[in-house]
Design a protein around this ligand. Structure first.
Ligand code: DAH
Length: 356
């Protein structure tokens, strides 16, 4: 019996030394120490022995079991170390590969453009005012001299929600009477003109950036977009100052060589009204595909504040005059960066936004 134990000890020793995988070591453990393994087989034959012999053999078998367990653990460690060693040496793991860097983010081209517009006007002494995106019909249209039946509403058609149902009523503003209690997502930033004037006495010199909403969607229109509104009110403000201000803005924003031109237009809230073009930033006014060979790009609407707008805002049109303007931020960003599809601005495709 003792011979069999000795034989098991030496074969286990040599086989464990040869094992090179975790599976092979595990197979040897089963072979020697498993329930049906070699040690169990030897102990199974103990019944035939005399009690003293049995005791001695039992003790020897236990010692061998402990020894084998220690050797198996050592073999497992060795096999694992060898595997790691081989992995570190071999080509499979390239420890020289640089880590994945975290790139710093930056603001969206629309935000950059909006901030540039506002800071350009800030240098001309304009402060920033803001108003709500959910707006009363009265501020969005009526106070701006666009009554309910006015055809100019067509251009900014939108959804109207009954103000009484959502718990709002028309403001008690000077000159505000009749309808105007309905609620809309503001279709332009012009209502902020009214809110600004109602909140303070003249003079006013402010720009009003923000989101606006219309039921438009195609290559050059999205249902939500951004505008920057401008308003300057004081005694004896003239159209010449409007021209000078917007000309200075165009040169600061598009470059010192930019020219502006004013074309007669119509907006209910200004009289007279003008559409402002800048010389094409792509061809410097020579004529190209973007400016449709005209050399000019339309960039904003403007005019002298209509007396009715002053009346609705509580200002006396016999004492003050002023000018106003409104521009589309996405449109200016498209011109500045040469983007030809407005919708890409809001798809949030990283490959697009990372370019600006
Ligand atoms: N609110 C106009 C629009 O969204 C733009 C505009 C035109 C604003 C003339 C003005 C202005 O303040 O004077 O189409």
């Amino acid at each position: 019996m003792n011979d069999r134990l000795a034989a098991l000890a030496s074969s286990a020793q040599s086989e464990l030394e040869k094992a090179v995988t975790l599976d092979a070591v595990e197979a040897l453990r089963v072979k020697f120490l498993g329930k049906k393994g070699e040690l169990a087989a030897i102990l199974g034959g103990m019944g035939k022995l005399a009690p003293e012999e049995r005791k001695a053999l039992g003790a020897a078998a236990n010692t061998l079991k402990t020894e084998l367990e220690t050797k198996i653990t050592a073999a497992l460690t060795r096999v694992q170390d060898q595997a790691l060693e081989a992995e570190l040496k071999g080509p499979r793991l390239d420890v020289t590969l640089p880590g994945r860097g975290v790139k710093p983010g930056h603001r969206h081209p629309v935000s950059q453009t909006l901030e540039d517009i506002c800071s350009t006007f800030a240098r001309l002494g304009f402060v920033i005012e803001q108003g709500p995106e959910i707006e009363l019909d009265w501020y969005n249209f009526e106070a701006l001299n666009v009554p309910a039946d006015h055809p100019a509403r067509d251009m900014q058609d939108t959804f109207y929600v009954d103000g009484k149902q959502v718990g709002v009523t028309k403001p008690k503003a000077p000159g505000g009477d009749g309808v105007g209690e309905q609620v809309v997502l503001r279709t332009h930033t012009s209502p902020v003109q009214i809110r600004t004037m109602l909140a303070q006495k003249p003079p006013v010199r402010a720009v009003m950036p923000g989101r606006v909403y219309r039921k438009d969607s195609d290559q050059t229109h999205t249902p939500m977009f951004h505008q920057v509104e401008g308003l300057l009110v004081d005694e004896k403000v003239t159209f010449a100052e409007l021209k000078g201000t917007l000309d200075a803005f165009a040169r600061a924003f598009f470059g010192a060589k930019s020219k502006t031109r004013f074309r007669p237009s119509f907006f209910p809230f200004t009289e007279p009204s003008a559409e402002v073009d800048v010389s094409c930033v792509f061809c410097a006014g020579k004529g190209c595909r973007v400016c449709k060979q005209t050399g000019w790009l339309e960039v904003l609407g403007s005019g002298m504040v209509h007396p009715n707008v002053f009346r609705h805002a509580g200002y006396d049109p016999s004492k003050v005059t002023g000018f106003a303007f409104g521009m589309g931020v996405e449109r200016l960003a498209m011109l500045r960066y040469g983007i030809d599809d407005l919708r890409t601005m809001f798809e949030n495709d990283y490959r697009f936004v990372a370019q600006f």
